[in-house]
Write a protein that binds this ligand. Structure first.
Ligand code: FAD
Length: 611
């Protein structure tokens, strides 16, 4: 007799790579009933992606352990062919050229260690990856009533235990250890060859390039002076990128000849043709006159052809979503794969949480594809330019059509906002309203909140505002109240606080502070600020009342109003989305605009105020 387990779950995640784990972790933290499965029996042990952008370090509770375990990359060096043969240093610049980065460097650490940060935190929340479990079918209900009802479970996924070759499967009912999961929502985070994507007939647009690269991780023994910096090397014998890594390790990306590792018949990379020793031989030619000794062992290696593709759709009926490599693939050298993948589900998780809690309308989920597909398209067009210049031959007197250092460096600089993750900019939509940008000129709507140190009014402790904006599924309202100790302004601030609370109440079935957090920031002097008054007025904890002043040493903080472009005499209300991006700015004197923003995607549970 067959033994089929059946269960219901709010969110089912298929695939436990960076995208899936980010989603599972965020949802588990928000108390969502989540299940995550993977067909692999174990997590990644070595290799794969290894670069974490400054923007990613800033978010998601990762920083502490990342900074402890990872390697920091501060400097980038460029080498080009020299007149005497071989290569020579052309330039050294800072690795992250994004001035507003809170952490102005990249962190490198192998993918398995990064995944472990999520896995450990998830375990403390009682969520583990179910593995090995392989999905065999997925069906999304066609029933409109069911699809509209957030509490229904319209997606049915069946699994069998173990990792199997699907062709050889016996029919589900005959299989002894099978399982059926009914889910409200499914996230397909199952990598570049995504089964979810293929099964739901979502196509990939774009093509495979002809660039073939080898990757090798090892502890090097070399006289090359920039081995601990990120390096881009263009030589007459090919190109190479160095990524310094945790401990003494280094990763080398080595360009291979067009046909070196390709199987003539299938057109696929044939790993039996080239191994790490051949990659090292190619490296030696590129690095001449510097030398590389053969290490005792290699930690990891692979060979791949770069594909540059984006899925035509990221979702099916707003019930199944694909994320990460399942919806975009590109070259790994700009350090985007893992970052883009985690950012996809960072964008999706808070939206799912808000919908599942009954706070937001299900239409909010459409902004996932809108925001992340546009980002993926931009990423691919950047990658095309970057990969082409990186894989191109260097310009020499004999080969004037080649890539000059100036061309390459220009792209490197132009796209630094992109490679650092700092420049991500979501276009206007339901949740990104840029009508009142003039009230906070430098806090760009659609971008993440700029780092800035303020001081707590109650105890003078300096705090980084980004630390007060965790991804806890609540919207944050940063209220620049102006000078709260000015007697003529006090009444206006009192009215403002009442109006804000009136506007938020209808969207707060579980109480305002469950759905929103208000952070008032005064520009009065410390001695004059009555933090208790402000905390009572705005209904926030005392630790959230801030002042725009320096700390007791005079070394940290100050100039927050001017850094954000807010006029102290005018004031402003900044709405920060749960993912840390600026959603809108509302004028101090026009609080009803806040209501106009939230009514666009949130559910109203009590009558709207008359304003
Ligand atoms: P993945 O990390 O691919 O995770 C997908 C997960 O889904 C896996 O755990 C997989 O086992 C699981 N899965 C797949 N199919 C199913 C299924 N049917 N059912 C259940 N589970 C399933 N990036 C770089 O920046 N530099 C590199 O050098 C680099 N090298 C790479 C080498 C390899 C061999 C691979 C595979 C990837 C490499 N990448 C590299 C890319 C980088 O790892 C990805 O961009 C990143 O991991 C994407 O995260 P993801 O969660 O979307 O997908």
């Amino acid at each position: 007799t067959s033994l089929i387990k059946e269960s219901n779950v709010d969110v089912l995640i298929i695939g436990a790579g960076p995208a899936g784990l980010m989603a599972a972790h965020a949802l588990a933290k928000s108390g969502v009933n989540v299940r995550i499965v993977d067909q692999r029996p174990d997590k990644v042990a070595a290799g794969q992606a290894d670069g974490i952008q400054p923007r990613t370090i800033e978010s998601y509770d990762l920083a502490e352990r990342l900074l402890r375990e990872g390697n920091q990359v501060h400097m980038a060096a460029f080498y080009n062919p020299s007149a005497s043969g071989g290569i020579a240093l052309t330039d050294r610049v800072r690795d992250v050229a994004a001035p507003s980065a809170r952490f102005p460097f990249e962190v490198t650490l192998h993918q398995g260690a990064i995944e472990a940060i999520f896995l450990d935190s998830m375990e403390s929340l009682g969520v583990k990856v179910c593995r090995p479990l392989t999905p065999t079918s997925i069906q999304v209900s066609e029933n409109d009533d069911q699809l509209k009802d957030v509490n229904s479970h319209p997606v049915r996924v069946s699994f069998i235990l173990g990792r199997v070759v699907l062709r050889n499967l016996s029919p589900l009912d005959d299989h002894e250890e099978s399982e059926i999961v009914h889910a409200k929502f499914v996230i397909g985070a199952d990598g570049a060859h995504s089964w979810v994507r293929k099964t739901l007939s979502l196509t990939l647009d774009g093509e495979q390039t002809t660039y073939i690269w080898g990757v090798v991780d090892m502890t090097p023994d070399t006289d090359f002076p920039d081995i601990r910096n990120r390096c881009a090397i263009h030589s007459n014998n090919g190109s190479c990128m160095i990524i310094p890594r945790e401990d003494d390790k280094v990763r080398l990306y080595v360009q291979l000849g067009d046909r070196d590792a390709v199987d003539e018949e299938s057109g696929r990379v044939d790993k039996s043709k080239i191994g790490p020793h051949e990659l090292l031989d190619a490296t030696r030619k590129i690095f001449y006159p510097y030398t590389f000794k053969t290490p005792e062992s290699f930690d990891w290696w692979t060979i791949y052809i770069i594909g540059q593709r984006v899925a035509s759709k990221f979702s099916v009926k707003d019930r199944v979503f694909i994320a990460g490599d399942a919806c975009h693939t590109h070259s790994p050298k700009a350090g985007q794969g893992m970052n883009a993948s985690m950012n996809d589900t960072h964008n999706l998780a808070w939206k799912l949480t808000q919908v599942l809690r009954g706070w937001a309308d299900i239409s909010l989920l459409q902004t996932y594809e809108l925001e992340r597909r546009k980002y993926a398209q931009d990423l691919i067009s950047f990658d095309r330019q970057f990969a082409k210049l990186f894989s191109g031959k260097p310009r020499t007197e004999e080969y004037m059509d080649g890539v000059s250092h100036e061309d390459f460096f220009k792209i490197f600089q132009t796209f630094s906002g992109f490679t650092s993750g700092i420049g991500i900019h979501y276009a206007p939509s339901l949740i990104t309203d840029s009508s009142y940008q003039a009230h906070a000129k430098k806090l760009i709507i659609g971008q993440r909140v700029l780092p800035q140190i303020f001081v707590r009014a109650a105890d003078s402790r300096p705090v980084e505002i980004q630390d007060l904006l965790p991804a806890d599924s609540r919207f944050k309202l940063i209220v620049f109240v102006g000078n709260s100790s000015d007697a003529t302004r006090r009444d206006r601030i009192r009215r403002l606080a009442e109006d804000i609370r009136d506007v938020l109440r209808p969207y707060s079935p579980d109480g305002i502070s469950a759905v929103f957090e208000i952070i008032p920031i005064s520009c009065a002097k410390k001695a004059d600020v009555r933090y208790n008054d402000l905390s009572k007025l705005f209904g926030c904890h005392w630790s959230k009342v801030l002042i725009d002043d320096t700390d007791v040493s005079g070394k940290q903080g100050g100039d927050g109003y001017s850094n954000y472009g807010v006029e102290p005499l005018v004031g402003a209300i900044i709405v920060v989305r749960p993912d840390g991006y600026v959603g809108m700015v509302a004028p101090f004197e026009n609080v009803k605009e806040l209501g106009a923003y939230f009514v666009g995607f949130m559910k109203v549970s009590t009558p709207l105020p008359n304003m």
